[in-house]
Design a protein around this ligand. Structure first.
Ligand code: ADP
Ligand code: MG
Length: 570
């Protein structure tokens, strides 16, 4: 008896790739292994770029930063249990930062996991992910893949963006389905990040408050950078004449050398402003929660944010404007002429005077030559070279390396400065560098503290394998904060903050075919950086910094509890 020819089949793995492709996913960052290896192969087969990492946290960081740069969710692929957990740190960090990202992770046999019977890499991943993410979903059947992917995308990019966990079970990946029926399930969500206009009453309230200000200030946050609101921000800032202060990753949204930039008079403007307009910036620890001795106690706030619950989270907000930043500013600009908003000249003069004094002080620090180099000497050399490279990404992490680089290196274009962000987390360095190089197509300079670099340093192999135009400068002061701390017991072990004295991080990149430089003077650093950036080759400069110059915890020493009794007190 002849059997009828069977209809063509597909399986969960192929359908998952089809759904991602249908939704415009062009790159996956990940680490393969059981059960997602073939998924990565199929993705590559159909033209999705797959970038394979050495650790899931860096893959996740690359996905997160690509989400920040493109407003589309960055995709990170991980294996079950440990791989999932390694990626989860980056997913949680993306959620804190408000970056859209989806971590897709294979998971083991649910029947075994749910009865705690002990599976290979068995873990109840979706429930573990939930407290760390904006949303978590599991796809149990191939016919649900399209809906699962659509839900993940919407959750990642709508409202305040964030991290989404998408669990794909081993069983689902190998379940077959009629290919035609499977194809019919696929779709692309319509308008996943809809515009959100503010109500007109809130806009009027905000404009009225700004018009009443004697010492107004605008604070730009990375939400405004994410929203790609540079055009509207410029119009609003320039037509009101109000000075602005960029948060770290908002540097360059308007150029740091803009005449209204008050960055070098930060203490003055925070201490005296009477009305502050927050545009995509939260009153979290990075702004000392809007209270305390750094702030004018009588300050009133206007806040533009897409997340209604953000309002009043730290300080009462006199004029909340809930909406997306581009739309909110468009409405404010359209209504602005009905209110006479202007910035009193005395306020601008006071800012200018302080700025001149502070810039002169900084100039002295930058031009003082020390041997070995201190951070400022090294940064002066970096800054000189950067004048020829204003349009490249600057990745930055560390303690002193972070604080001092942020203060010294001006940014001139939006979304080029990528740093430790809302958590102030170490370990984003190489992941962000790779994500930016792959997604943004520009070359990358990563300025890394030696300790910070260690968290993701193995990814220099990834950088070399894909021949990415990434130059890393390691500010090497032999330790965390500094390298000359003693062991208080007098014993032979290094102190808790010490790393290997005189370590040669440059030698590491040679092992993978990258270009190595070693710099002990500002002249050597300038030459090395010029050569490295001109070559566009994977390169690492080991920059020797005086082990004695770092400040404990950098600028946030106040957050570091000190022992109040015993020997450390002395
Ligand atoms: P920073 O650290 O630079 O101060 P934060 O991450 O604290 O910035 O704040 C960013 C804010 O921007 C978040 O509260 C987030 O809800 C908001 N945000 C992000 N995207 C948008 C958008 N498109 N429109 C409005 N607000 C946004
Ligand atoms: Mg260090």
């Amino acid at each position: 008896m002849n059997s009828l020819p069977s209809a063509p089949l597909t399986d969960g793995m192929h359908l998952m790739v089809d759904a991602l492709k249908r939704n415009g996913v062009d790159t996956i960052f990940g680490v393969v292994g059981i059960p997602v290896t073939d998924l990565a192969r199929h993705a590559q087969e159909v033209g999705i770029r797959y970038i394979g990492f050495r650790h899931e946290q860096s893959a996740g960081n690359a996905a997160a930063v690509s989400g920040y740069l493109t407003q589309k969710p960055g995709i990170c692929l991980t294996v079950s249990a440990p791989g999932f957990l390694n990626g989860l740190t980056a997913l949680a960090c993306a959620t804190q930062n408000g970056f859209p990202m989806i971590q897709i992770s294979g998971s083991s046999d649910r029947n075994i996991i749910d009865l705690a019977q002990g599976d290979y890499e068995g873990l109840d991943q979706m429930n573990i992910a939930k407290p760390f993410v904006k949303a978590a979903y599991r796809i149990n059947r191939p016919e649900d893949i399209a809906v699962g992917v659509a839900r993940a995308i919407r959750a990642a990019v709508s409202g305040r963006p964030g991290g989404v966990y998408l669990d794909i079970t081993t069983a689902m990946l190998s379940t077959t389905m009629d290919a035609e029926a499977a194809e019919a399930t696929l779709f692309t969500p319509v308008d996943p990040a809809p515009k959100q206009y503010p109500c007109s009453g809130s806009v009027k309230r905000a404009l009225k408050l700004l018009a009443s200000a004697k010492k107004p200030l605008i604070i730009l946050g990375k939400g405004a950078a994410y929203a790609q609101a540079e055009e509207q921000v410029r119009t609003f800032v320039e037509s009101t004449g109000i000075p602005f202060l960029p948060m770290s990753m908002a540097k360059g949204l308007l150029p740091d050398d803009h005449p209204q930039c008050a960055a070098s008079a930060r203490s003055l403007v925070l201490g005296q402003a009477d009305v502050v307009m927050l545009i995509g910036a939260r009153l979290n620890w990075l702004l000392t929660h809007g209270k305390g001795k750094k702030w004018n106690p009588a300050v009133q706030f206007v806040q533009l944010d897409i997340e209604p619950e953000e309002m009043d989270s730290n300080r009462p907000i006199a004029a909340p404007v809930v909406g997306d930043i581009v739309s909110s500013l468009e409405v404010m600009i359209a209504k602005m002429d009905n209110f006479s908003i202007h910035c009193p000249q005395e306020w601008l003069d006071a800012i200018d005077a302080t700025r001149k004094v502070n810039m002169a002080k900084m100039q002295v620090k930058l031009t003082t030559v020390t041997s070995p180099m201190n951070y400022f000497g090294a940064l002066r050399a970096v800054n000189d070279v950067m004048q020829g490279y204003k349009d490249i990404y600057l990745v930055n992490e560390g303690a002193n390396t972070l604080d001092d680089t942020r203060n010294v290196i001006n940014m001139y274009h939006p979304r080029l400065r990528l740093d430790t962000g809302t958590w102030g987390v170490m370990g984003i360095g190489m992941g962000y560098a790779i994500g930016a190089a792959v997604t943004g197509g520009k070359q990358v300079l990563a300025i890394e503290g030696d300790s910070a670099f260690g968290f993701s340093g193995m990814e220099i192999e990834t950088i070399c394998r894909y021949q990415l135009p990434v130059t890393i400068v390691v500010f090497n002061n032999d330790g965390i904060y500094r390298g000359n701390d003693p062991n208080l017991s007098g014993g032979p072990d290094p102190s808790p903050t010490s790393l290997t004295p005189g370590a040669r991080y440059d030698k590491m990149i040679e092992a993978f075919g990258g270009v190595a430089y070693h710099a002990t003077t500002t002249g050597e650093l300038r030459n090395a950086l010029s050569a490295a950036l001109a070559s566009r080759k994977p390169s690492l400069i080991n920059c020797v910094i005086d082990p004695a110059v770092g400040t404990e915890s950098g600028h946030i020493g106040n957050l570091n509890p000190k022992s109040v009794v015993g020997s450390l007190q002395k």
